[in-house]
Design a protein around this ligand. Structure first.
Ligand SMILES: Nc1nc2c(ncn2[C@@H]2O[C@H](COP(=O)(O)OP(=O)(O)O)[C@@H](O)[C@H]2O)c(=O)[nH]1
Ligand SMILES: [Mg+2]
Ligand SMILES: [Zn+2]
Length: 369
């Protein structure tokens, strides 16, 4: 009875995967051995602190990763866009990648781990194109575009440059010329969220089964673009603060989203930190009011949450500082700490350690039952 149920389940899922609709192809099919019946191929569409999200084209489901995979130094660690095999909501293996958008750890200086291999920070896997997104407001910066182009070229992935917020520039065509002069032969598109017609330029990149990752600084309009392409709000966006001319951080998770067109987009809110370190982090200058109080905290490494003698907490209690502002400061701080941590230790190890913690917790829960 059980076996029959399983058989029916596999039967039902096979046509969908052969349909090519979320990027499945012969390249992945040929990696399925004959002894892998009962294992369901799924695509990673989200990496969360404590789990992965996967899809087979429809709903997202939460899964965990097998301990054997975590402890295998040779195994790929699942990233957004990866194809994985699942048994009972547990990832048992990660299929070989067609390509991977990643950056060498530690600023490309080629730091090596104990085994002598250069560690890579994986941003997304199995892409057809990467959109380098640059806003035509204060974000416009040819040097930054060059750095993104280098990142994408180094991974042998086709770049396309999107200049967003064209409605905010008096002569957007002049920017296209400037970009073309540094990115010879790379397609450049002018996009505005105010102009739905401008999105039709992107149709070819997003035909059924195609996967595109969006990279670019926070606030350039990546999530807004995804919402326009989708036809409704599926990603959180941030309002640009006029005084700063920068978007605020909204999400820390990158996600693969299946568009109604059948194409897929991967939003990368953390790309700036992942790709180029934290040198341009907004936290210090933008939160100078909080930093000012923090100088008077009793402990130099105060997290301003529970420590005695915390001047920030005192200021908040006295109504001198808004709790909302402190929360957003702490959120950005913890993001930056996380990326800084990855910078220093290499992403693979940080991820693995994090997962060891998770598996310990799972074991503890099982014992209690
Ligand atoms: N004027 C204008 N504003 C835009 C455009 N695209 C995005 N924005 C605004 O820019 C801000 C940041 O956008 P968001 O999508 O959150 O950027 P992300 O951080 O790259 O995902 C939001 O307030 C958007 O409304 C555009 O084409 N024109
Ligand atoms: Mg966003
Ligand atoms: Zn404090």
């Amino acid at each position: 009875m059980k076996i029959q149920e399983k058989f029916i389940q596999t039967e039902r899922q096979t046509p969908q995967l052969n349909n090519n609709n979320i990027g499945w192809s012969a390249f992945f099919q040929q990696q399925l051995g004959s002894n892998q019946s009962g294992l369901t191929p799924s695509r990673i569409c989200g990496v969360r602190r404590n789990c992965f999200l996967v899809t087979q084209g429809g709903d997202e489901t939460q899964v965990t990763v097998a301990g054997s995979l975590m402890n295998d130094p040779e195994a790929l660690y699942p990233a957004v866009g990866d194809w994985v095999l699942l048994r009972d909501s547990v990832i048992t293996s990660v299929l070989s990648r067609k390509n991977v958008l990643s950056r060498k750890a530690a600023g490309g200086r080629g730091r090596k781990d104990s085994a002598g291999t250069v560690q890579n920070q994986v941003i997304a896997a199995n892409l057809d194109t990467t959109f380098i997104v640059c806003g035509l407001d204060r974000d416009f910066n040819l040097r930054r575009i060059e750095r993104y182009l280098t990142l994408v070229y180094n991974c042998n992935i086709a770049p396309t440059i999107l200049l967003t917020k064209s409605d905010l520039h008096p002569r957007p065509e002049s920017c296209v010329e400037e970009v073309e002069s540094i990115a010879f032969g790379v397609p450049v598109h002018l996009i505005s969220a105010m102009d739905n017609d401008s999105l039709s330029q992107l149709e070819d990149y997003l035909s059924p089964g195609k996967t595109v990752a969006l990279v670019g600084s926070s606030g350039v309009g990546k999530s807004t673009l995804i919402n326009r392409l989708y036809g409704r709000e599926v990603q959180a966006t941030a309002s640009v603060s006029q005084s700063l001319g920068k978007g605020r951080h909204t999400t820390t998770n990158r996600d693969l989203i299946v568009l109604p067109s059948g194409g897929m987009v991967i939003d990368n809110p953390g790309i700036r930190e992942i790709a180029f370190g934290v040198e341009s982090a907004p936290a210090d200058s933008v939160f100078s009011d909080i930093e000012k109080y923090a100088l008077s905290c009793r402990f130099p490494n105060c997290t301003h949450t529970h420590e005695p003698g915390c001047e920030v907490q005192r200021a908040m209690a006295a109504g001198e500082l808004s709790p909302v502002r402190l929360r957003s400061f702490q959120k950005i701080k913890s993001e930056l700490d996380y990326f800084a941590d990855r910078e220093i230790r290499g992403s693979a190890r940080v991820e693995k350690e994090r997962w060891k913690g998770v598996s310990r917790k799972i074991k503890a829960i099982r014992k209690r039952r």
